[in-house]
Design a protein around this ligand. Structure first.
Ligand code: TNX
Length: 509
C-alpha cells in the first residue's frame, strides 16, 4: 500500500485490519514532556493538509505522543507507531524517537488520499547507525539561509540526524566571526567564477563569468538555523578548514599565509597552494575563530577539514623550516599532524571532539580525533583499526556531486559516476574490518560539493533521490536491503518530494 512506502524502510511493520479516519474532532494529545514535539507535529501535519487541534486524552479520535522510558527498543532514537481504528499512538523512550515516529506519520499523510483515512498498522522502528548525515558546501556557491533550513527539514524527513555545514573554503568564507570582520568583508566575496571545468593544459585558457559572487551567514542567522535544526533532531557539525583550503581567509588576513603576498579569494576550482603558516599568532587566530564557532554550535564534534594540503609553501618558507627545527619535526606531513594535534587538544579541553578528513591520518593521528573517510574506505579502515571513531564518506559511494546518469544526458558535474543503485548498495562497515572494531564506525554521510551546483534547485537535483538511498543505508536493517523494493517505494515517495516543492532527478523507468 502506497502510504506505507516509507523511506527509510522501518525495521518492523505489520498491517492490521481496519482503518483510522481523521475527522474535524481528531486531536493531537501531548503526553508528559512531549509538548515541543507535539507542537511541531501540529505544524508538520498542517503542511500535509491536516490542521489538528491540540487536545486532551479521552477526546474522540486522537494522535497521541507518549514517552515510555522502558519501551525496550534497541536505541534512544527508536519509536513505536500504532494505528488502530480508535487512535494513532506514537511511543518512544526519548523525544528523538517521537520525532521519528512523527516523520513516518508525516510521510504517510503527505501522500494519503484526500479522505484522510489510514489503514491500521503496527510499526517498530529504530536506526542502525548514530551518525546519519549529509554535508553541504556553501563556499563554492553560497546557499541562502532559507534553503539551508529547507535542506535540514528534508534531512529530518528522511530520519537523518547530522548536517555537516562546510562553511569555509578557498572560494569563500561564509560565517561571521565578530573578532575578525575581514573574514566576511573580504573573504566572503569573489570577483567572478570559472565557467565550465578548469583547463587541464593551460590555466590561462580558463574562462570566467565576470559576475561577483558572495554571501555569508550572520551569527544571528546561524543561531536561527541551529535552533531550527535542534527542533528537528539534527545536529549541525560546522567545518572550518585548516591548514589548507584557506585562500579566502588568507586573502582577508595575509599574515596568516606563508608568502606575505596579498592574494585574492579563489575564482576557480581545485587545490590551492596558499595554506596557513604555523606561527603562534595563527594558532591563536584559529582558536579564537573556533571559540566563536563553539559559542554558536552545540555539536559535540567540530570539523577542522584537513584535506588536500599541498606542502610546497611550507617546504619553501624559511620561517616554517625554522619552526620545524625548533619543534624537532622532520617532515611537512608531520607538521600537519602537529597542527592537527594542537587543534585536537584545544577542542578537547573545551569538551568537544575534533573530526577531520582522512588526510589527518598522515604523519600520525591526534589522540582524540575522529576521521571522516572520503578517499574511498582505506582511511576509515586504518582509523578504526587504530581505535578511532570514523564517519564513512567515501567518494566512491557517497559523493552526490558525481554524475548520477550518463554524462551526455546530465548537467555538467565534477566527474565520477555514483548512480542511485551504487549509493543504495553501500555498506558502511567495511568487510575488511574485524568485527570487534565495527563499533568504531559511527555511520555515514553524503557529500554535496557545489562547484557545479550554482543554485538550491540544482543541489536538490543532485541530492534527490540519491539521499533517499543513503537514508536507507544508515537507518534500515541490512538484511532488508532490496533495491527493487526500494525503487517501488521511491515511486510513491517522489510525490512527497513534489508536495514539499523539492526538485529531483527523474526516476528511471
Ligand atoms: C575533494 S572531499 C574535496 C573537495 C572537492 C571535492 C569535489 C574533500 C575532503 N575535498 O574540496 O569539492 O573533492 O568532489
Amino acid at each position: 500500500m502506497k502510504v506505507f512506502h516509507i523511506i527509510p524502510q522501518p525495521a518492523f511493520m505489520s498491517l492490521q485490519p481496519g482503518e483510522f479516519q481523521f475527522t474535524a474532532e481528531t486531536a493531537l494529545v501531548a503526553g508528559a514532556g512531549t509538548e515541543e514535539v507535539t507542537a511541531l507535529a501540529h505544524l508538520q501535519l498542517a503542511q500535509a493538509g491536516l490542521d489538528l487541534p491540540l487536545g486532551e486524552e479521552g477526546a474522540q479520535g486522537k494522535v497521541i505522543f507518549e514517552l515510555v522510558p522502558d519501551l525496550n527498543l534497541p536505541n534512544s532514537e527508536g519509536y513505536s507507531l500504532k494505528i488502530t481504528p480508535e487512535e494513532i499512538r506514537i511511543r518512544a523512550q526519548e523525544t528523538a524517537g517521537l520525532f521519528y515516529g512523527l516523520q513516518t506519520l508525516r510521510q504517510m499523510l503527505l501522500i494519503s488520499p484526500q479522505d484522510f483515512r489510514l489503514p491500521c498498522v503496527d510499526i517498530e522502528d529504530y536506526p542502525r547507525f548514530r551518525w546519519r548525515g549529509a554535508m553541504l558546501d556553501v563556499c563554492r556557491h553560497f546557499m541562502p539561509k532559507s534553503f539551508v533550513m529547507k535542506f535540514i527539514d528534508l534531512l529530518a524527513l528522511h530520519k537523518l540526524n547530522t548536517f555537516h555545514w562546510h562553511l569555509t573554503d578557498d572560494q569563500g568564507w561564509r560565517i561571521e566571526i565578530k573578532r575578525y570582520p575581514r573574514l566576511t568583508e573580504v573573504g566572503s566575496k569573489r570577483k567572478e567564477t570559472l565557467i565550465g571545468r578548469p583547463s587541464w593544459t593551460d590555466p590561462n585558457e580558463d574562462r570566467f563569468d565576470g559576475i561577483p559572487h558572495g554571501g555569508f551567514y550572520t551569527q544571528e542567522e546561524i543561531r536561527e538555523v541551529v535552533e531550527y535544526a535542534r527542533q528537528r533532531f539534527v545536529n549541525i557539525v560546522p567545518e572550518i578548514e585548516m591548514p589548507g583550503h584557506s585562500t579566502a581567509a588568507i586573502a582577508a588576513y595575509p599574515e596568516l599565509g606563508n608568502t606575505g603576498r596579498q592574494i585574492e579569494v579563489a575564482t576557480r576550482w581545485g587545490i590551492f597552494e596558499d595554506i596557513f603558516n604555523v606561527e603562534e599568532s595563527t594558532f591563536r587566530f584559529l582558536q579564537n575563530v573556533l571559540d566563536e564557532v563553539m559559542e554558536l554550535f552545540p555539536s559535540p564534534f567540530i570539523h577542522i577539514g584537513g584535506d588536500e594540503v599541498p606542502k610546497q609553501q611550507w617546504r619553501e618558507s624559511p620561517r616554517v623550516q625554522q619552526r620545524m627545527r625548533e619543534l624537532g619535526i622532520d617532515s611537512e606531513e608531520e607538521l600537519q599532524s602537529y597542527f592537527t594535534r594542537r587543534m585536537d587538544a584545544f577542542l578537547f579541553a573545551r569538551g568537544r571532539r575534533m573530526i577531520g578528513w582522512d588526510e589527518i591520518l598522515e604523519g600520525g593521528l591526534a589522540p582524540g580525533a575522529a576521521v571522516m573517510s572520503w578517499r574511498g574506505e582505506a582511511g576509515g579502515i586504518a582509523a578504526a583499526q587504530a581505535g578511532h571513531e570514523v564517519v564513512m564518506a567515501p567518494n566512491t559511494y557517497t559523493y552526490l556531486d558525481y554524475y548520477q546518469g550518463p554524462p551526455e544526458r546530465e548537467p555538467l558535474a565534477i566527474g565520477g559516476f555514483v548512480p542511485l543503485e551504487k549509493v543504495y548498495s553501500y555498506e558502511p562497515i567495511p568487510a575488511e574490518l574485524p568485527a570487534e572494531k565495527a563499533h568504531f564506525i559511527l555511520g555515514a554521510q553524503a557529500q554535496l560539493w557545489t562547484e557545479y551546483m550554482p543554485t538550491p534547485e540544482h543541489v536538490e537535483y543532485m541530492a534527490f533521490p540519491r539521499l533517499c538511498a543513503l537514508s536507507e543505508v544508515v537507518w534500515s536493517r541490512p538484511d532488508q536491503k532490496d533495491f527493487e523494493g526500494f525503487k517501488e517505494r521511491l515511486r510513491s515517495h517522489v510525490a512527497r518530494l513534489e508536495r514539499l516543492g523539492v526538485n529531483y532527478h527523474p526516476l528511471d523507468e
